[in-house]
Design a protein around this ligand. Structure first.
Ligand SMILES: [Zn+2]
Length: 652
């Protein structure tokens, strides 16, 4: 008994390769153990290891990160071709040691699947500064990530100190409104540094040099994003010569810079000059997404540009700007990355495309022989809810992206074997409109960033959610002990309970008439959505939720007169998206479809102003009978209540 207990304790304290995130490409474990003595034998570029790498057919980009790690009863040895490979090997060793000094004897042979394994940190929408970036770089390094995409110029704040255009940071980095929402509410305005009431800050050049150095010591490349021509109101408002002209000659202060104005190019080229001076990596991201081009149509400068260059439409004008900026960036020996909108109007010749609106942009770019980085929103947007939205802190919209869903992504799935070399990798994007603090940023990042790291590093065939989940839960405890915040995956509530249920009720499958139409844009599973016995999930709006513009009014024919006890349904509510629950539901009954009586109603009791996501159940208990059931959900007649969503009309 005693002996067994001791054995169990020893067993629990033995660590090994099964603990490592991202999971190694291959490993074997033995019976024996070794108590780590603080010594590692590192062997660089041995012929035998080079032969091993050749034999395995490890792709060129992955060779310098490949390593072999041996733990024997005598000690630890790491083999690699480069210092970078040795570093990755030590990282694996360090992660095993997080769980104790006694290591299982093992042999790990490991290399990455993709070169680009990244995180996007958004310091524009909220600014946390250098120490936060360094802290997350530490964690990225432990997860063997290779790219930090620094999103530090956007409408809500320019966070890059520039010499030639200093106001970008000292005014464009200081907005009116502490939160992104307040800034929107107050009309997208800016104060200036030191005025005592503006929110903001920016990275100094020294900060950025320190970040770049810290990252490169961990073999992480920083990709700076200089966002243009959309998401640029901070540029337009601080240097109005970059704004479009209205026909009356005034400047248009919207979110897009003017591609007809030479001042725009002068500004961005000067910024690029300073960017290449600080960031040594190959890539500069130039944005290109979600550009509002409305002012371009009427701007005399834009029209002149279109005439001179024979450009047909405003998409062509965006393409002109991107291609011209690409030439400039290329002249500095660098390459551009852009969001997939840069495909519209003609792709710049050497651009790498970041495919975010699903995977179609990535596929299109690869078909044109371009490199891509895959960041589809449905798998890689870490600002989405990671658990039941009704219990989680505010995230963006109603989007639901649990860790398992992230983990299920395989960036190779959409590409043939001969095209896969164009897929540089993937990254998790942490947009921060609703994420003001370090604690909340980390809560949203971890453990989903573990999943991103493993997708990027580990071969698809060794990945398994059931095996990953407990490993991630263990590692959450580790990072918490190092002062990180994280979502508690072990306490995940998961998808909405009701979505797993099938309910047989009196209305199920019966003929149903829509007295008011539903919105074809939110058609769920079309007509049957409301009486298929299935309930909505958190993956809103999915095929279980039916959307209405003018309230619900449906009639169900039960086939014969029946005793009725209950009619009701559940409504999705989220005021910031103008999705409101009904003010009242009514149940009308008839035996013949002509003669109706109001059998009961229910008034909603929760307030209008509720800002959180809610599922509001409105049911009417009855002691009555009828063949025809008419269920009405009455809309609040307010402009801020545009939509109503219902999953099922239950009749019992
Ligand atoms: Zn213009």
């Amino acid at each position: 008994m005693h002996g067994l207990l001791v054995a169990a304790i020893i067993c629990a304290l033995v660590s090994g390769p099964e603990k490592i995130i991202p999971r190694p490409a291959s490993y074997r474990t033995g019976e024996k153990t070794f108590v780590y003595d603080g010594k590692v034998k590192e062997v660089k570029a041995s012929r035998s290891f080079a032969r091993q790498v050749d034999k395995l057919g490890i792709p060129d980009f992955a060779r310098d990160e490949a390593y072999a790690l041996e733990v024997t009863p005598k000690g630890v040895t790491i083999n690699a071709l480069t210092d970078k490979g040795l570093f990755r090997g030590r990282t694996s060793l360090d992660m095993m040691l997080e769980y104790g000094d006694t290591l299982r004897c093992c042999s790990i042979l490991d290399w990455p699947r993709f070169a680009h394994r990244g995180l996007l940190l958004d310091e524009s929408r909220h600014f946390r500064g250098k120490d936060y970036i360094l802290k997350e770089l530490d964690q990225m390094s432990k997860l063997k990530m290779s790219v930090l995409h620094l999103h530090f110029t956007d409408g809500a704040g320019w966070r890059f100190q520039t010499e030639k255009y200093p106001l970008l940071a000292t005014r464009g980095g200081w907005r009116i409104g502490d939160t992104y929402k307040q800034w929107e509410y107050y009309g997208y305005n800016f104060g200036c540094e030191g005025d005592g009431y503006s929110y903001g800050g920016y990275f100094t050049k020294d900060d950025l040099r320190e970040i770049v150095k810290y990252a490169s010591e961990r073999y992480i490349t920083v990709v700076p994003e200089i966002e243009m021509p959309g998401h640029s109101i901070e540029v337009v408002k601080t240097y109005p010569e970059t704004a479009c002209l209205a026909p009356d000659g005034s400047r248009v202060m919207n979110h897009s810079v003017c591609p007809g104005s030479e001042a725009t190019f002068e500004l961005f080229q000067a910024v690029i000059d300073e960017v290449v001076d600080i960031f040594p990596g190959k890539y500069i991201h130039i944005g290109g997404d979600e550009c509002n081009k409305s002012a371009w149509r009427n701007c005399p400068a834009c029209r002149r540009r279109m005439e001179e260059k024979g450009i047909k439409d405003v998409n062509g004008l965006q393409s002109y700007l991107v291609q011209r900026m690409e030439r400039y960036v290329n002249s500095k020996g660098r390459s551009i990355i852009g969001w997939d909108e840069i495909l519209e109007g003609g792709l710049a010749p050497n651009a790498t495309v970041m495919s975010w609106r699903g995977t179609a942009g990535g596929k299109q770019a690869v078909a044109m022989d371009h490199d891509v980085i895959m960041v589809p929103t449905s798998r890689c947007y870490l600002d989405y809810y990671q658990d039941a939205p009704v219990f989680e802190p505010e995230a963006i919209g109603s989007a639901y992206l649990p860790c398992e869903r992230v983990y299920s992504y395989d960036p190779g799935r959409d590409f043939s074997e001969q095209d896969i070399h164009h897929v540089l990798g993937l990254q998790g994007n942490l947009w921060c409109e609703f994420i003001p603090t370090v604690a909340k940023a980390e809560y949203m990042l971890y453990p989903r960033a573990f999943a991103i790291a493993e997708i990027g590093w580990s071969p698809q065939e060794v990945r398994d959610w059931k095996e990953f989940r407990p490993r991630a839960i263990d590692y959450i405890e580790v990072i918490k002990s190092h002062g990180y915040n994280a979502f508690d995956l072990s306490a995940e509530k998961g998808n909405r309970d009701e979505m797993y249920k099938r309910l047989d009720h009196l209305a199920k499958g019966r003929p149903l008439t829509f007295n008011k139409p539903y919105d074809k844009g939110y058609h769920g599973s079309w007509d049957v959505t409301l009486n298929d016995g299935l309930f909505g999930s958190w993956e809103f709006p999915d095929d279980r939720w039916l959307g209405f513009r003018d309230g619900v009014d449906v009639t169900i024919d039960l086939g014969e007169v029946k005793d009725l006890h209950y009619v009701g349904g559940s409504f999705w509510a989220h005021a910031p998206e103008a999705i409101c629950p009904p003010e009242k539901v009514e149940v009308w009954l008839s035996d013949d479809g002509n003669d109706w009586h109001l059998a009961g109603y229910r008034i909603r009791e929760i307030p209008d102003a509720a800002k959180d996501i809610m599922v509001v159940e409105l049911t009417v208990p009855l002691v009555d009978k009828g063949r025809y059931v008419r269920f009405k959900a009455l809309r609040r007649d307010l402009p801020e209540c545009k939509l109503m969503f219902l999953d099922e009309v239950i009749v019992l």
